[in-house]
Design a binder for this molecule. Sequence first.
Ligand code: GDP
Ligand code: MN
Length: 421
Amino acid sequence: MKVHEYQARELLRSAGIPVPPGVMIDSIDQAAEAYRRVTDEAGSGPSGLVVVKAQVHAGGRGKAGFVKLVRSAHEATDAARFMLTHRMVSVQTGPQGLEVKRLLVAAGVEIAKEYYLAIATDRKTRRNVLIASREGGVEIETVAHQRPEAIIRQPLHPTLGLLPYAARRAAFELGFTGKHVGQAVKIMSSLAGLVDAKDCSLAEINPLVLTAPSNAGSRAPGKGLKAGTAPGPPDGQLLAIDAKFNFDDNATFRHPDIAAMFDPAEENPAELRARRFGLSYIALDGTIGCLVNGAGLAMATMDIVKLHGAEPANFLDVGGSVTADGAIEAFHILLSDPKVKGILVNIFGGIMNCDVIAQGIINAAKTVGGGGFKVPLVVRLEGTNVQAGRKLLESARKDIPTMQAATDLADAARKVTGAVA
Ligand code: GDP
Ligand code: MN
């Protein structure tokens, strides 16, 4: 599960990591008020620097023009209008882009230097690892690719997490001196603590910034400006100004606070629909809709479709215990995808019975729009109750004229790719 940046910032703040104040808005007319609130809270002084940022589950916003620095309520409103009325196309979204429904309006900071900091799982060593770089910012992917030596890695201890010496070593390698070493160590330790406490599969701060000296807008929230004190520390401080978290879906049941951050608007509607029926569905770009039970068989089915020269439109595992209703829902999801030009049903009845799937096909044919499958349907059934299943399909043949039976997997792939060619 992913969350928005404004939610990620909340998590950082709750763990004691300094984050500039900000508010989430979802309409253009909230922008001016948000600008005023944020500048008041930050004590931004005469600069009035604020940043307006699109909240979508994709990065690359800066380069796409969806992170904008503004210096007045009027400019904030203009930025909000642009972002809420244009789709954001970035390197991470694909050419169709994403609709932007929420924005973060946050205190802007004068940046002296940008760093990268993350905790991710290293599958090779089967450990979490702290990843850091003194070349953080929007070019981090290029840096990692072209100069891997600029990326620092410190493995976490399997049970003790990020040990103090490892955090200090990373802080020194990042080039921090003086009080910034302590600040960086505290941020790294807090981030590691969050990963552990909230079952994160990824926690990333990019950029972590060192603010420019005497930057009034850079104070951590909570340190209210007392009358007569100079605004901001004179030597800069470390602040997180962008963050990304991924959470282990299998663990969200024990984190109601994280589950509450789920934003269905950011999900593929068909994938959401499938989840409600306990189906594992991933939308892909091809033309062959696949309905399969078991993840392994689903992968094999996708492979054999490709082997026969076509591309799968999806991964769909209906699982071992699908009901007739679940099966109908699965067909509805496949048939609601305009890219699907043919459907391949590949069922091995182990725990599941073939007649349940056969009944699902028949009922789906009755209930889908226009009555019946408009696209070719190839069915391969094998296993428990296969005779009963075949008999059911045979008797429904006149209602489903586009249906063909296949004898085995290769025959099924040949028939369905032939039918859509
Ligand atoms: P991303 O492109 O989606 O990762 O969005 P970020 O929030 O990381 O912003 C991209 C870049 O915009 C950062 O690397 C900074 O260089 C710049 N930026 C973001 N916020 C501020 C800010 O408050 N002040 C300044 N000066 N630059 C900012
Ligand atoms: Mn970023």
